[in-house]
Design a protein around this ligand. Sequence first.
Ligand code: ZN
Length: 317
Amino acid sequence: MGKSVRIIPIECKFGPVSAFAYYVDALEPAIIDTGVHASAAQNIEPILAEHGIQMEDIRWILLTHGHVDHLGGAYAVWEMTGRRAKVVIPKKEARLLRDRNEQIVDYKALQGKYITDAVIQEKHIAMLTADIGDNIEPELEVKDGDHINLGGDVSLTVVETPGHSIGSVTFVLDGLNFAFAADAVQMYGGLSGLPTIEKPRLYRESVRRLLEEVRPSRLYLGHPFRNANGELQSAQITGEEVASVLQASLDMDAKLADVVERHLSGDIRSNESNGLYGPFESIAAELGYTGDPRHLPCAFFVTMHGYQEELNGTHNK
Ligand SMILES: [Zn+2]
């Protein structure tokens, strides 16, 4: 495939944060990720209209993973295509599309362990519920190595890149090697100031695979993430910067693994506390993390939980 393919980044804004959806031009155009429920009408439709593209032109809705800020808008987008677009999601996260109550199940099993205030919990559950449209039965559940043909000679290969979530995938545009990794690559974290990593070992392997095997010519991320100096970078990365972004993600992972090991291993547990940072008070202090860990998606707690699990050897395969 020699010719280029037009990609339109669509910034879906909600509250103080944003998530990117990407339009991929082809005979059967695709949208990769969909923001939250309100994003379809507020961001996706108007931005595509500026480019002369109608929602009903979209033939594929490709979801990188099951978090609400990526699949929450899928139902509304699907409706706006006259329910004609084929909805694709990683097999391991299809339940989150099929039944939105699963979002709350996951929240209670992870964030809910650390968010002990019932009022905040209720607020989070209300937000999760509002951010996602109705349930959808996916047309296709994908796994590593699967291909999606958008017509003509435009196709994508599915590369499993778990770690940020258990089933995250990267869609790689064949020939051009553009990688739509969304949240599989986190650098030094987004607005929260910390990467969201559910399964550190898988995350590390996935980022290494992108760096050493896939070697993308462009990297399309889910959010603007921070660099080593704490500055937010563009979510669209090209050329030589791709490798440095992937390396920065590995560097932050190594730093987190080290700090968690020093603070949480052994018998001395000076960190038992019920303060704002729960059992990870001393780690927050060493990292200089001063954010409110109770803001969804509670990146601090999710990530600390993941590294602690890895340390304890209870990390799931
Ligand atoms: Zn995510």
